[in-house]
Design a protein around this ligand. Structure first.
Ligand SMILES: [Zn+2]
Ligand SMILES: [Zn+2]
Length: 314
């Protein structure tokens, strides 16, 4: 149990620490190792009090460590923070537990370098944190409940990740939720990638057709529609480059996700101009972004003239 940090004057703490360090510097020649460490413990506790009292001085009247962490994360939403900063503002060393509370109970999307995922934009070092959005997601508590049920379902991690995405069809899920469902902070990103590249599921990120999403967010866009086997193995960097070049817009009809409606639920896909089956390569110059409606039409022989024009323009 962490000791409650006392409210004290910052100036007073600074002079106290100064005096303690000076005494330590003068006398340490006479100290045993243990005595040195014990003297530093006193300094260390006062430095921790100083961190918390700097927040009080800043006008944040937060008595609980979890509230200090919350205020600091919200103040610096969108900025990558080191774990040691969270330790300083909270005054506790068990801050990862408080961060979990903020995620699970309050619904904040706090990504962590403990479960990195560069493909979704979460490229953090192990002890780094990022509050993706200053506003908590009020649906998150329900999703964590679902995640908890699936995590314990007894099937393999690949199946659990798919199940979670299926139950959240069309909705945003976060890297932290997927890592939890997969019970593996290092491999879950690979499981998601396999669902795309081996099973052909349309799991979009902000880099692949859904610029409305934030970093660390995924959406399964359809339960039924999966890519043709020959379209599944396009390397991630090439996919990203094609979506970026085509501004996440169907090259044939100009459809983009903003226009999505339940009556016309399209998704964006990639199409090989020279068909992959006929040895068309997985390179940018042979790939375009296309909506699922135009894609079906193209494969039944329509839009030949548009495709010729597009090909010439690449
Ligand atoms: Zn289209
Ligand atoms: Zn195609």
């Amino acid at each position: 149990m962490a000791r409650r940090r006392r409210k004290r004057s910052v100036d007073w703490l600074i002079s106290l620490i100064d005096t303690q360090l000076e005494t330590f510097g003068t006398n340490r020649g006479k100290f045993s190792l243990r005595e040195k460490v014990l003297a530093l413990c006193k300094v260390y506790e006062n430095v921790k009090d100083l961190g918390v009292n700097v927040l009080y001085e800043h006008g944040w009247d937060a008595g609980a460590a979890v509230e200090r962490i919350r205020l600091y994360l919200v103040e610096y939403a969108g900025t990558v923070l080191d774990g040691v900063e969270i330790a300083v503002v909270s005054g506790i060393s068990d801050y990862p537990r408080r961060i979990r509370e903020l995620r699970v109970e309050a619904g904040y999307q706090i990504a962590s370098g403990a479960s990195p995922d560069p493909e979704s934009g979460i490229d953090l070092k192990p002890d780094q944190y990022l509050l993706v959005d200053a506003e908590p997601d009020l649906d998150a508590a329900r999703r964590w409940h679902v995640a908890n049920r699936i995590r314990r379902s007894g099937v393999g991690s690949q199946k659990r990740v798919l199940q979670y995405l299926m139950e959240s069809l069309g909705k945003v899920v976060t890297t932290e939720e997927l890592a939890y469902v997969a019970k593996d902070a290092k491999q879950y990103a690979r499981r998601v990638r396999e669902l795309r590249t081996e099973h052909g599921y349309s799991v979009a990120t902000r880099f692949t057709g859904r610029p409305d999403l934030n970093v660390g967010q995924y959406v399964l866009q359809s339960k039924e529609r999966v890519a043709e086997p020959h379209d599944r193995k396009i390397p991630e960097p090439i996919q990203r480059a094609v979506y970026e070049r085509d501004s996440n817009t169907c090259r044939v009809c100009g459809w983009k996700h903003e226009r999505w409606t339940a009556d016309d639920p399209r998704i964006l896909e990639l199409h090989h101009l020279e068909h992959h089956e006929d040895h068309g390569p997985n390179v940018q110059g042979n790939l375009i972004v296309i909506c699922s409606k135009c894609h079906d039409e193209v494969h039944s022989g329509k839009h030949a003239a548009s495709l010729k024009r597009i090909k010439r323009s690449l």
